[in-house]
Ligand binder design. Sequence first.
Ligand code: GCW
Length: 723
Amino acid sequence: MKRYRYHAIFLFLLVISLCPSLHLMAEDGYRLWLRYDKIADRALLAKYNTSVTGWMTAGDSPLIASAAQELQSGLHGLLGVKIPNVHAVTSHGIVVAGTPASSTIISSLKLEAQLQGLGDAGYLILTTRHRGKKITAITALSDPGVLYGTFHFLRLLQSHQDIAHLAIKSLPKVKTRILNHWDNLDRTVERGYAGRSLWDWSALPDSIDPRYRDYARANASIGINGTVLTNVNANAKVLTREYLAKVAALAEIFRSYGIRVYLTARFSAPVEIGGLQTADPCDPQVITWWKNKADEIYEMIPDFGGFLVKANSEGQPGPQNYRRSHADGANLLADAVAPHGGIVMWRAFVYDKDVPDDRAKQAYNEFVPLDGKFRDNVIIQVKNGPIDFQPREPFHPLFGAMPATAVMPEFQITQEYLGASVHLVYLAPLYEECLRSETHCAGSGSTVARVIDGSVYPHPLSAMAGVANIGDVRNWTGHPFGQANWYAFGRLAWDPDLDSGAIATEWIRMTFSNDAAALNKIREMMLASREIAVQYMTPLGLHHIMYYGHHYGPGPWVDSGRQDWTSVYYHRADSLGLGFNRSSSGSDAVSQYHPATRDVFDNLQTCPENLLLWFHHVPWNYKMRSGKTLWGELCHQYDSGVQSVNWLQQQWRSLEGMIDSGRFSLVDGLLVKQARDAQIWRDGCLLYFQSFSRKAFPANFSQPAHDLAHYKNHIFSDIPGIE
Ligand code: GCW
């Protein structure tokens, strides 16, 4: 008897371990927004089952193979039955994916006029007829377009949309939609909070982690078409032949998903790995070295995208080491990759502790005089704001200020200054705020989005970069809601005019639930979350007052070390008031904006209150629009931030049972930490600023539990990626 019992238990365990659907129930977040679980709504399922009875793809490229694989697994999963791969349209409901060149069915539809202008990535999804049979055509002028259209079509099913009468046309407004990985060759990730780097350099090129393909799939599903594999604080070793072979292996996989590989180029590489005495961009040997290096790379990776460079910034080498300009440096590399169609993304994130001027002004001062001096295959990569990925910054004044040069934005997806992978912060509203900002550079309507997509000043290149939040933890991003930031970045790079609420809706439907009650609650949380973080971290335009080094907790008291890395440099608290005077009576950073914007920021009365302390040093008793004094408003902002995190917690708890238990309890636990640390932000910052304002906390204000010294000594020892 006993023996049989053991057999039975063993058999049961074996079945469990082999049964895929039971694995899926575990819901560990690995599948991201591409879950393809069977649709539970029977009526909807019945409708879909008549609209989709078979599928076919045309063409034999790896991209089309990826589209076919996606249709096969996606339709099977969502509809709960195997949908046949057919070779002819003999019934209604066939999905036909291909280009007019690859598919006779598509070419017979005579879609030339509609396909015009779709370029190499746009697509159409049409409900139409072929020989009397109703079909869904997913078509484009190129194979990447077919793949993007396929993902869009599956998204419609995943998010329960009507697919009976489709007439969708979509094309990207930005050409290069690219992730920047700050991944080091030892698999540590700078500002990474989701485990180690995905790239297993020691195992490459011989072993290929299946995860590489899943990474590429996820990116392609949101339109991302490029990835910079290595940290901008670069290691020249990645440019050696040995490493290039590893890079080529990754490029091979990513190619099937339309993703090109890029590398960071360490400016001193000719010295470090080339044996030269100099890296001077005007030295003939250096020019030849880069040219040969580029030739070698393209011989191994024919579709290599190009280089991303951080030069003369935070200790990185660059052309200024040789008294040359950023244009000399960028053009050196641009000339090397130009014969192969490569590009150079040259970062404008430069500032120098020895330059006495306001750090916020330095990039503009450095780059505007170089406008027009860069090659056509150079694009200047500018952070969204003039300091450094803060919870709120005004848009960078370089947007719209270099009409003769292509300029691209760099957003941070990883939450360096926004709570790492612990705080629930949906970043699309931050990206959107920057993209919709009016630069006024060419009259009204010249928003940052219009500048970077080339509609204000046309250029051959356009691009948008996001610093990735991805690592090798099972759910990719640590915080389940970090996935939404990756998703939103891709969607906005495709179309910078998308609405952050609409993007959240798509993501929630695919990732968590199509149930209206759950959807609305989660969306409400997401859309409020960024402003909540601003409130408990850096309200009213405060910035860069994070803890020294790790940037997770508060550190307004940081006052030693390199001056432009201290907090006191940025908040300028004193007995009179608070804030950095960047108005015309101060550092005059305002004058880097177009006069229409400058005047608004310059005037205390018209400056938006959410940027007040960014641009002005404001007296403690200054009357805010709420009627409170600055001090009273500051207390109110920090306090409401904390209360709102408590609200986030309650909202989330009310979702129990509406979403799977795995992700429910993970987020629940993270919110506990977030609430605790938001309270530390509030109490630490207010106690510190109180030592300048010398004012009492408002009536009914809950007093900090400890004294200032306690907060100054708080160590955040349990934050992933932070020691
Ligand atoms: O925000 C700062 C970060 C650095 C980063 C740098 C940059 C990669 O603290 O870690 O270095 O910006 O963007 O170059």
